[in-house]
Design a protein around this ligand. Structure first.
Ligand SMILES: C[S@@+](CC[C@H](N)C(=O)[O-])C[C@H]1O[C@@H](n2cnc3c(N)ncnc32)[C@H](O)[C@@H]1O
Length: 212
């Protein structure tokens, strides 16, 4: 768990609601040395990863975010410059407190560009654990999922937050503006190459890569 005594600056509990219940067991089994997060916001997941990996010799964490916010943040008027400032404060705090080797690399750009660059620079199969929590627009999620699967090693885990999230629009749910149709399409197209992990929550979806 993130240490409550640490002077972190978080204004949301998104990470706490689901991921915090699942990650301790998952990380203990996977012991990921190379992690990619798409959508880092204030760095809650990164700080948790840094603290949870304390028994490992080292961890490398790549954070991809525009810090421009998704449509849902923009329509709510969230001050994303302040969010980015809290991300930097929180991650610097976690790294400074760590006694093991922690290498956090920040990619401030759109996820499609960042993931394509990581594929070119690092190659396929170069990550052990990937958390997809960036844009919630279906086409963006599908792009993130397909590229992330290529970046994931066989045996690695790909986690999707907000599988069941949808905007509360006056005309109802728009399938182009939520992650589920994209995640379902990704899972269906890759079904022979992955296993869906059985979890106590349905709001997030986790898959383990079986083959390339
Ligand atoms: C729900 S928040 C991430 C929360 C974070 N994972 C956590 O656990 O606290 C989504 C983030 O995705 C970023 N984002 C939205 N669309 C993006 C895109 N196309 N490329 C990169 N980042 C994006 C937003 O700026 C925002 O910070």
């Amino acid at each position: 768990m993130t240490d409550d005594a640490a002077p972190y600056q978080f204004t949301t509990d998104w990470f706490d609601i689901y991921a915090r219940r699942i990650w301790p067991d998952l990380l203990a089994q996977l012991q990921p040395a190379r992690v990619l997060e798409i959508g880092s916001y204030e760095g809650a997941a990164v700080c948790f990863l840094v603290e949870q990996s304390a028994a490992q010799p080292s961890i490398e964490i790549h954070c991809v975010d525009t810090w421009g916010g998704g449509i849902e943040h923009q329509s709510a008027g969230v001050d994303m410059a302040a969010v980015e400032g809290r991300f930097l404060h929180n991650v610097n705090t976690a790294v400074a407190r760590a006694r093991h080797a922690v290498d956090v690399r920040v990619h401030k750009q759109r996820s499609d560009l960042a993931l394509a660059q990581l594929l070119t620079q690092r190659g396929p199969g170069s990550f052990d654990f990937i958390y997809v929590d960036g844009s919630h627009q279906a086409a963006d999620v599908l792009c993130d999922a397909v590229l992330a699967f290529r970046l994931l090693r066989v045996g690695g885990v790909l986690a999707f937050d907000d599988y069941l999230w949808a905007e509360d629009l006056p005309r109802g749910r728009d399938p182009l503006r939520c992650p589920k149709p994209a995640i379902d399409a990704f899972v269906n197209l890759h079904f022979p190459k992955l296993d869906i992990l059985r979890l106590p929550v349905a709001y997030q979806l986790y898959v383990q890569k079986r083959s390339d």
